[in-house]
Ligand binder design. Sequence first.
Ligand SMILES: [Mg+2]
Length: 130
Amino acid sequence: MMKVLIVEDDPINMKLIIEILDSLDFMIQTATNGFEALAMADKDLYNLILMDIELPGLDGIETAQRIKNKPGYNKTPIIAVTAFAMKGDREKILDAGLDYYVSKPIHVADFIKLISDIFKRRNNESESKR
Ligand SMILES: [Mg+2]
């Protein structure tokens, strides 16, 4: 089963994201700040990470970069989920090494399609390596 880590400090957003993912058959774990997420990534290997950008302490960009440097994580997709809607933020976040960008308020159908597409692409890649 796919293991997904959600990093989000806002309980309402966290609840919403969990509800959206509920329709997909994932094992979901949660962290409410960057340091907690780093500790969890040390203990476990996740197949997908949803990363809020505005977090207390370590921000989502820094947290994502540190996770990407951990063993086994260089190809793990990280989706930035952010309230930042300023022009240029998307580029800034993608340039920083995060793989995808979703802005709040989350468009549920698009969000589910993005996640399904990520896992479909992943499965196709592992098929073609056989
Ligand atoms: Mg936040």
